[in-house]
Design a protein around this ligand. Sequence first.
Ligand code: DGL
Length: 253
Amino acid sequence: MKNKREKIGVFDSGLGGLSILKELRKLLPNEDYLFYEDSIHNPYGEKTKEELLEITSNIVDYLLKEQCKIIVIACNTATTCCMKELRKKYPDTIFVGTVPAIKVAYDNHCKKTIILSTPNTMKSKRVDELLHDYKKNDQEIINISGENLANLIEQDKKEEINQLLKRLLNDYKEEADSIVLGCTHYPLIKDQIQKVIPNAILIDSSIGVSNEVKRQLKENNLLKDSEEEGQLTIINTKDKKLINRSWEILEKK
Ligand code: DGL
């Protein structure tokens, strides 16, 4: 019998998920996607765990009702705060989460690494676990909260973004050799970040997440068997007009 569940469900508190979705569609172009942009609840980075659990459970219910075969949490905040609970609550669902790519910084032999993430991700137990697993003795980590950066990106406030980046990063711009973008919104302003901290390599999670999605689909025999280009549906919980902006971002090289 043909499996009815056919789409890859991807969600985030807004635009940020696009940085993951873009990479996923490059790697798995024949798959169908449903991207759930939860802009009405942005920013996730400052919500309580209880609020986030309720919000993310509702999204998972929706994506399952829409016949998603796998759910990609394209958000570090939702992953670090809720992934364990979601896995318990939905034991038959395949989840792939997003965490700051600390391992990539280690694999690249980086010596002084900034982890820039939302306030919730920064103080999460999951980030402590990642540091415990991957950080080496000669690697220095500087944990920085991006404050309301994700929200400013969501609102496209270029000048405020620039000022905030300078305030957060100026002190480290000579010494840091790498910066882990621990929020999926941040890769969307890569060029602006690089200008403020020109000597650091920028590391994000999109390739790692996409490879893991492919691995999970293969392992569970769920890869779509088709040569045709897949379809993408985007929904936005705040304003339908924001969907056009997302398409523009996806189409930009
Ligand atoms: N893009 C999200 C992340 O990766 C959440 C940003 C927010 O809503 O605060 O953490």
